[in-house]
Design a protein around this ligand. Structure first.
Ligand code: FES
Length: 162
């Protein structure tokens, strides 16, 4: 599992610095939003106005792009995003049970983040490694052939820690 990354608290001066870094780029909106998210873990609402102003857009256009892309977040995410595959191959090989176990281990539902911001739970369509089904992705690492024991190990059996 990837090491948790410390994230900065959103602040306007850092947002403005990130905006300044995109100066001269041809299509800077998406890279800029990704950069802001990388910095803060999500796109804070206070970023919308300065981003829109800098790029000559309406704030609603920036908001529209943020809500269109499912990988851009408007709420703080956990340091580890856990994505359970709900594609067909994973589903027929027990993906539903894996999702249930992940929910139980983390104590959250899909789309939620643990109170300590350690984990966010999402589901995804096929991630392209069906031969290893059922799969889950934690951060940037894919874990195949998931079973109850592996789920518990991977999530460090959080239920037992609390
Ligand atoms: S269905 Fe899960 S990886 Fe393809």
């Amino acid at each position: 599992m990837a090491e948790p990354k410390e994230r900065a608290a959103p602040n306007l001066s850092r947002i403005n610095e990130l905006i300044a870094e995109t100066e001269g780029q041809k299509w800077p909106l998406i890279p800029l939003l990704q950069r802001i998210q990388e910095e803060f873990g999500y796109i804070p609402p206070e970023a919308t106005q300065p981003v829109a102003r800098a790029l000559g857009l309406f704030p609603a256009q920036v908001q529209g792009v943020i809500s269109f892309y499912t990988q851009l977040y408007t709420k703080p995410q956990g340091r580890n995003v856990v994505r359970v595959c709900r594609g067909t191959a994973c589903h027929v090989r027990g993906g539903k049970t894996i999702l249930k176990l992940v929910k139980q281990n983390l104590g959250i539902e899909e789309g939620e983040t643990t109170p300590d911001y350690e984990y966010t739970l999402e589901t995804v369509a096929c991630i392209g490694v069906c031969a290893l089904a059922p799969n889950i992705v934690v951060g940037t690492s894919t874990h195949g052939h998931m079973n109850p024991k592996k789920v518990a190990q991977l999530l460090r059996d959080r239920k037992g820690q609390e």
